[in-house]
Write a protein of this length. Structure first.
Length: 379
């Protein structure tokens, strides 16, 4: 009798295990630099993906009549284009159903060809260089405004609102840094302003004495930096040491919660003006505030910049799978491309024919008492 009971129990366990294993797994790849100088931004992005996937799994996702389990395959590209393409190929070989990332334009652009060749949809939450969506790839999308909008808006703001008469520009020669700096210059000129100097550095530099000394001779009232916060912070410190009393501007790459720490107390109240690609107004603020509260509760840290956009990107991708009734990239890609009016924590998401977000917003910020304060949301 005991033998029969054991056999029945073993059979039941086998059936249960079979039912669990039969549950379809949908793999979402995520890529960001989780090592190197901007690892804090990469980890922030990855956290946004984990938060979305954990919530979706908790609610339960059914695709094509089958309950699925979402799995995150997170990879580190270190912000390096070569490593970015290697990681992209790794995700393709792993047969992921879709990819969220990369963080940087310099890695997102070359990786986009790898995903395109494999027919795997890619949504970047933060790559702003216009070239990212201008290669004609049907698999490429983004949920933030590009540098034409971001850099141009900051350029006009420098002239019209900050009354900049002598504007200097520095960029780190990356796809992102150079792109946003060039668009900033165009915005300045379009608003009737003048740039008096354009200097270059790298995304790994730590000493800016030579270029800042050259800029100081031009007596600038505004200095714009195209690059990331890991370089911007030390640059602001060295500007203070050299006695350069100018407004410091930059794009989303410097607009982080870490910037005051990286500047080590050298930032004056209202000195820094930066823009984040994205922004919510009115009743939409409630959703964003809840996201920030939930994020802090889950990870015991504040949102840096783009984790809300990663969160929305994951949800947009999964929503397309659900609507298409399939996680097969070839089947849900056309549905993803037609995304229109998705209500996310970062606002309403619709894609145009290039894969760019329609009517993308920008949020202008400054810092006071080492805390980031919103100036305005512009479109």
């Amino acid at each position: 009798m005991q033998y029969k009971l054991n056999v029945l129990v073993a059979a039941a366990v086998t059936l249960f295990a079979g039912a669990v294993s039969a549950q379809e797994v949908v793999k979402i790849g995520h890529v960001a630099p989780t090592s190197g100088g901007i690892a804090h931004l990469g980890k922030d992005n990855e956290n946004g993906a984990r938060m979305a996937i954990d919530e979706l799994n908790a609610k339960g996702v059914t695709i094509g009549g089958k309950k699925v389990k979402l799995e995150l395959q997170a990879e580190d590209d270190a912000g390096d284009p070569k490593q970015g393409t290697a990681v992209a190929q790794k995700l393709v070989d792993s047969k992921v159903n879709g990819v969220i990332g990369h963080l940087n334009s310099g890695t997102s652009i070359p990786a986009s060809k790898v995903y395109s060749d494999a027919g795997i949809p890619q949504i970047s939450p933060s790559a702003t260089n216009p070239k990212y969506t201008r290669n004609g790839y049907k698999t490429t999308f983004r949920v933030v405004a590009d540098d034409v909008h971001l850099g141009g808006t900051l350029g006009r703001y420098a002239v019209k609102e900050l009354k900049g008469k002598s504007i200097a520009v520095i960029d780190d020669r990356t796809a992102y840094g150079q792109g946003v700096a060039d668009e900033f210059e165009k915005g300045v000129k379009g608003a009737g302003g003048t740039t008096v100097s354009h200097q270059f550095t790298t995304d790994k530099a730590t000493d800016f004495t030579a270029i800042l000394t050259q800029i100081k001779s031009k007596n600038p009232d505004v200095v714009f930096y195209g690059g990331m916060d890991a370089v911007a912070g030390p640059m602001i410190r060295q500007m203070k040491q050299l006695g350069i009393n100018a407004k410091f501007m930059g794009g989303d790459g410097i607009c982080s919660g870490e910037l005051p720490k990286l500047a080590a107390g050298a930032m004056g109240d209202g000195q820094v003006v930066c823009a984040e690609a994205g922004g919510v107004e009115g009743t939409q603020k409630v959703g964003m505030e809840k996201f920030r509260e939930d994020y802090k509760k889950k990870f015991n840290t504040e949102v840096q910049i783009y984790s809300p956009y990663v969160y929305d990107a994951v949800n947009v991708m999964v929503a397309a799978m659900v609507k298409a009734g399939s996680a097969d990239p070839a089947k849900y890609l056309p549905v993803l491309a037609k995304t229109d009016g998705y209500k996310g924590v970062t606002g309403t998401i619709s894609f145009d024919e290039k894969g760019d977000v329609k009517n993308g917003a920008l949020t202008l910020f400054t810092y006071k008492g080492e805390k980031r304060e919103q100036i305005a949301v512009v479109r």
